[in-house]
Ligand binder design. Structure first.
Ligand code: EZ4
Ligand code: CO
Length: 404
């Protein structure tokens, strides 16, 4: 079999998605997600200018070899743009291989290790009462675990607390220039324990509760927060520091038994080397789409398994249904699966990307369609052209830029 065509499709049914479509001489089509929120066109250029011209004529069955050819062959390795482009190629090739085999992808990854995929949903509120209502809504949706994010007294806008448009899409992400949010670490550190206290008081001890710090603390601040939250038994504290300084996690780990989850902005196994081999974290959080695909993420998961570290693939709405499908196949197959982040895509997005994976009673299943089980409706996609959109930026009250 040979690849005879490769095209890059950009569509914005509420937010931008970048999809690579590979077609073989046998008429098999493979899809891969290359969406990098706020920097989409950089990946489009990388793919169209430097990858697509290399793909035609290749044997799509040679996934590992193609991955190494594009990774090592570029010389300039790693980085979010490169690895999102590589991820799209890798997933499209797995899609083709599984379709050629007449099997859902998870079968080629070793078959199902479980019946279904446990997820967590997002609850948020501008204040605690609004958050409690949101938790109630997620429980009504069937989620077995909930991430809780709350507004902070004195701050106008913080990560994870949305206003939504009629379609349910987060409007904060749809600005032609970055929205400016504000931040005050001391106010945050004072407020979060009260948020956990209120949620535990309302929903009891058993509900798994997660919280995303979004890279905003110093190591000693993160250690303090981890200690303060221990009595509420969080499922995890996510991205408590900017973890490209992996050594920071040593300090945090010495002070708290709160489980730690890291990795949504990482793009290779090297970014995790210290964190995993020194057992400084409990969950690896990379998305298929941002980590170079199923091939390298599987390798990370196997490395993590040696240290009893579990998986928690990043699953925001800026991963397309193509990237989500790939994740759900991997989740079903690997032994050290932990939990999957999941928020349904908007109806407009689901018209463009029809998927076999299902969400029932708070659990995902990849379905049994051959391949990854996603079809791209190109006509529907073309009705939604690219729109410039950026993630917000964060400033302290004196104007200093802070990590968002
Ligand atoms: O801010 O994917 O855990 N989830 C997150 C996400 C990220 C977005 C950035 O594009 O932190 O919501
Ligand atoms: Co996060």
């Amino acid at each position: 079999m040979k690849i005879v065509d490769a095209t890059v499709v950009v569509t914005s049914p509420g937010r931008n998605f970048v999809t690579l479509k590979l077609t073989t001489d046998e008429g098999i089509v493979g899809l891969g997600d290359a969406t990098l929120n706020g920097r989409e066109l950089a990946v489009v250029g990388y793919l169209s200018d430097h990858v697509v011209p290399l793909l035609t004529g290749l044997d799509p069955h040679r996934i590992e070899d193609t991955w190494q050819y594009l990774y090592r062959g570029a010389y300039w390795r790693r980085g979010p743009v490169t690895m999102a482009a590589l991820a799209a190629v890798d997933v499209a090739l797995w899609d083709i291989k599984a379709k050629a085999a007449g099997m859902p992808l998870y079968q080629l990854l070793g078959g199902a290790s479980r019946e279904r995929i446990r997820t967590y949903g997002h609850a948020d509120g501008r204040d605690i009462p609004e958050l409690l209502d949101s938790v109630r809504a997620r429980l009504a949706d069937g989620y077995p675990a909930v991430r809780i994010q709350s507004g902070i007294p004195g701050l106008k806008a913080v990560y994870g607390v949305h206003t939504t448009d009629g379609d349910g899409a987060p409007v904060l992400h749809q600005q032609a220039r970055p929205l400016v949010e504000d931040w005050d670490t001391e106010a945050y550190l004072r407020h979060v324990p009260a948020v956990f206290e209120a949620v535990r008081a309302e929903f009891g001890a058993e509900l798994p509760l997660l919280h995303d710090v979004h890279h905003r603390l110093t190591p000693i601040q993160a250690a303090r927060l981890g200690k303060d939250l221990e009595r509420y038994r969080p499922f995890w504290l996510e991205d408590c520091t900017p973890a490209e300084n992996q050594e920071a996690l040593r300090l945090i780990r010495r002070h708290t038994t709160t489980p730690l989850a890291v990795g949504e902005v990482f793009n290779t196994v090297h970014d995790y080397q210290t964190l995993v081999t020194e057992q400084l974290i409990d969950y690896v959080r990379s998305a298929v789409t941002h980590f170079g695909g199923v091939t390298p993420l599987r390798k990370l998961f196997d490395l993590a398994a040696l240290y009893q570290i579990r998986t928690a693939v990043h699953g925001p709405q800026d991963i397309s249904p193509v990237g989500m499908a790939a994740a759900v196949h991997l989740d079903l197959a690997v032994h050290n699966f932990g939990i999957q982040e999941y928020a349904p895509h908007t109806p407009r997005t689901e018209e463009v990307f029809r998927h076999a994976y299902t969400f029932t009673d708070g659990h995902l299943h990849p379905g049994d369609a051959p391949g990854i089980g996603v079809e791209l409706d190109e006509q529907a996609a073309a009705a939604h052209p690219y729109e410039a959109a950026y993630l917000p930026v964060n400033r302290l009250q004196d104007g200093t830029v802070h990590d968002w």
